[in-house]
Design a protein around this ligand. Structure first.
Ligand code: PEP
Ligand code: MG
Length: 763
């Protein structure tokens, strides 16, 4: 038999049908209202490749150097071709089609979803690697099943298995074919409170198909039900602007405006709530643990589409929150208890933690070799090539630079304590002198202190409790060096809100023009693809917002080929960001080509962001170049940074150019609003991201964007400050992107503000 009915599948069949199908079968057997369907089993796939004799060729084709992007692309193309061009035997085809005809009235739209099987790989690692097709009918069904099989050899999947050293011939794939529920309303249901574990059922509901709620593109209604009394405790009806529906003609899922009369209408009736509560209790009883359920309603019937255990319930929540309230977050203004008597000098604590070691004074790049494990780098200003040495070091001290300087950003990402902007560290310290630095307080003390516990940046980034405070505001993380992606992902952030491409380029040691002259265009694009892919893979399917190049000329000047960089009186006001890219489209094209290839590889979680735009003209020109490079702006999420007052004031016309989101770059927005050079220590006391004028620009922009359906975010350093989070969440920002070390604090802060707003609205 090529297929097995979901009715007959159980958890124990996971090896034959994959995780997704096994769980759907289990729920069907428990009598829960799962849409009916069947599975094309893993054995069917295996027999297909073996009987056709393509198995060995297939596995040989994908046995390539996964770091070689060209080889990877060819491997994927060959594997795809082999599977798609090999005919499916008649008996298998008949088995699939006749099962389809037995579903409902035999003319139904079905969902075709991959369900991969591999015992030793965690399910989550497969997330999104394989295909799903919605609204499929008989004519396309068998081809779609083959597409699912072939998606076992997407570039992402080959790369992932090769990197893990996992043999390709040990992974099989089953395919679930299930009736589509053409939902009138849908959403999610938590059978217990997702943060506190209290006996409350929380339901979120919106009009149309569930994708809108799951992806966060619409604010759903929220219903809280006390499980003990079955009372509906609170109902919060949202203003629901958008909904996802099936296009009647094409069968595709499309976004539509919600008709006026339904926008602020309550989605669920009391009877529907009762039904959903009962469903939630049955699912939780079945599994014995709190569940997060996706549901849909069609023709008055409630269906269950998926159920997963809730992994965010936080027993130590209260303790955690108290600890947060007592420290200054990532701002370095906490007061430690130890004496300051032996403090040699101070700077800005820009990456938290305490480190002891020998000072290693680095004034030239060729001194970097002398930095040994555990040394503290002492330098005027970090240089682009320093990352490898920074990884060996236990701490970093600089003469120059502020909280938003390159040194501060990179050391925070690496989890290495840092004190920047000391003014004179390279002159005051002797090479080899033992010192202790405090990256919270910004102090440098004489002498080494007792060894701290082993420093393990990834473990340190991982929240101490396995809890993620559930917030409606997404909390993301900033990444500048792809090496930090793993540490960033360990924070549990909802995605990357800013991936700065310039650090990938700076670490090449050559300007892009020089690098291309020496190594060719292809090699340059490969470097960008590799860096973006590292982050996109680590976070998949969480979104990763990648920004095109924004390096000022003074940073490029330090690189090989930098002699050709223009000398500018004030590089911050000069040739950088989108203005430079638009001025040199030949070079910009390579970055856009990297995006095209990333999408081709299947990283549909990547979003594109343009820096330092001033107006709609900048945006339209950038969008046109994107299109010319083969990336369809209609299909991809793209947007711009708001870093100048001009951009903030002109956001309405930029929205007309089709942007999906804006993100506040407060490092620049503050410097341009207040006329304070962000890299100039002399005026650092005037650099105030919370200045009323900066806040007014942001507040007004959020209001306009909310009216226009454009998402808003912040990815400047100030996103890690509690007061800023408070202000922006109150204004209704869609997401906040913080530094790795601040993610958990920001999640708690956002949650606190949201809860207060919710309470205020019902009091
Ligand atoms: C900003 O300006 O706030 C920002 C995030 O960009 P960068 O720090 O790279 O200029
Ligand atoms: Mg900026």
């Amino acid at each position: 038999m090529a297929v097995a009915w979901l009715d007959d599948v159980r958890s124990a069949d996971v090896d034959h049908v994959g995780g997704k199908a096994a769980s759907l079968g289990e729920l069907t057997a428990a009598g829960l209202p799962v849409p009916s369907g069947f599975v094309v089993t893993a054995a069917t796939y295996r027999e297909f490749i073996e009987n056709a004799g393509i198995d060995e060729e297939l596995f040989a084709a994908v046995d390539v150097d996964h770091e070689d992007t060209e080889a990877l692309r060819e491997a994927h193309e060959r594997a795809h071709e082999l599977i798609m061009e090999t005919p499916v035997p008649d008996d298998v085809r008949d088995g699939i089609v006749s099962a389809y005809r037995d579903l409902g009235d035999g003319e139904r739209f079905v969902a075709v979803r991959s369900s991969a099987t591999a015992e030793d790989l965690p399910d989550a690692s497969f997330a999104g690697q394989q295909e799903t097709f919605l609204n499929v009918r008989e004519d396309a069904l068998v081809d779609r099943v083959k597409e699912c099989w072939a998606s076992l050899f997407s570039q992402r999947a080959i790369y992932y298995r090769n990197r893990q050293g996992f043999p390709h011939d040990e992974v099989d794939i089953a395919v679930v074919v299930q009736e589509m529920v053409d939902a009138e309303k849908s959403g999610v249901l938590f059978t217990s409170h997702p943060s506190t574990g209290e006996p409350q059922i929380i339901i979120e509901a919106a009009w149309g198909l569930g994708e809108a709620v799951v992806s966060g593109s619409v604010s759903p209604d929220n219903y809280v039900i006390d499980r003990e009394t079955a009372e509906v405790e609170t109902v919060t009806v949202a203003d629901k602007k958008m909904m996802m529906v099936k296009d009647e003609e094409t069968g595709e899922t499309v976004e539509r405006e919600v008709p006026d009369e339904k926008r602020s209408k309550r989605v669920l009736s009391d009877e529907e709530i009762d039904e959903l509560v009962e469903l939630g209790e049955r699912v939780e009883d079945h599994y014995g643990t709190p569940q997060d359920v996706e549901w849909a309603v069609h023709g008055g019937e409630v269906y269950m589409l998926q159920s997963r255990p809730i992994t965010t319930i936080d027993e130590a929540e209260a303790d955690d929150a108290a600890a947060v309230a007592g420290n200054g977050g990532a701002n370095g203004d906490s007061n430690g208890s130890e004496g300051d008597g032996d403090v040699l000098f101070r700077g800005l604590g820009s990456s938290p933690g305490i480190a002891s070691g020998e000072a290693r004074i680095v004034t030239k790049l060729d001194h970097l070799d002398q930095v040994g494990d555990g040394d503290i780098i002492v330098t005027e200003m970090t240089m682009p090539d320093m990352v490898p040495a920074m990884k060996r070091a236990s701490g970093i001290v600089t003469d120059e630079g502020g909280m938003t300087s390159h040194a501060a950003i990179v050391s925070r990402e690496l989890g290495v304590p840092a004190v920047v902007g000391t003014g004179s560290a390279t002159r005051q310290l002797e090479d080899g002198q033992p010192i202790t630095i405090d990256g919270d307080k910004g102090t440098v003390r004489a002498g080494a202190e007792a060894e701290e516990e082993q420093h393990e940046p990834i473990e340190e980034a991982r929240p101490k409790t396995p809890v993620k405070p559930m917030t409606a505001t997404e909390v993301k993380v900033n990444v500048s060096i792809p090496e930090a992606a793993e540490r960033a992902a360990a924070t549990g952030a909802d995605g990357i809100g800013l991936l700065r491409i310039e650090h990938m380029v700076l670490s090449l040691g050559k300007t892009p023009t020089k690098y291309i002259a020496d190594n060719g265009e292809r090699a340059y694009v490969d470097e960008l693809v590799d860096g973006i892919r590292t982050a996109a893979e680590e976070f998949y399917p969480r979104p990763v917002r990648v920004r095109t190049l924004d390096a000022p000329t003074d940073e490029f000047r330090q690189l090989e080929g930098g002699g050709d960089e223009p000398r500018e009186h004030n590089p911050m006001l000069g040739y950088r960001g989108i203005r430079r890219s638009l001025d040199n489209p030949g070079l910009f094209e390579h970055e856009l080509e990297a995006f095209r290839r990333i999408y081709e590889m299947g990283y549909d979680n990547v979003e594109i962001m343009f820096p330092l735009v001033n107006d709609a003209e900048d945006v339209v020109r950038a969008r046109n170049l994107l299109k010319q490079a083969g990336v369809d702006p209609e299909k991809r999420e793209w947007g711009v940074m708001i870093e100048t007052p001009a951009a903030a004031l002109g956001v309405e016309s930029m929205a007309e150019a089709g942007i999906d989101f804006v993100s506040f770059g407060t490092n620049d927005l503050t410097q341009y609003t207040l006329a304070v050079d962000r890299n100039n220590g002399r005026v650092a006391d005037r650099f105030d991201e919370l200045h009323p004028s900066v806040l007014k620009l942001m507040g007004d922009t959020i209001e306009t964007c909310r009216d226009l359906g454009v998402k808003t975010s912040i990815c400047g350093q100030a996103a890690s400050k509690p007061q800023m989070v408070q202000f922006l969440v109150e204004k209704g920002i869609s997401s906040v992107s913080a530094n790795i070390d601040a993610v958990r604090d920001v999640q708690h802060e956002a949650k606190r503000v949201e809860q207060r707003l919710l309470l205020d609205s019902v009091r």
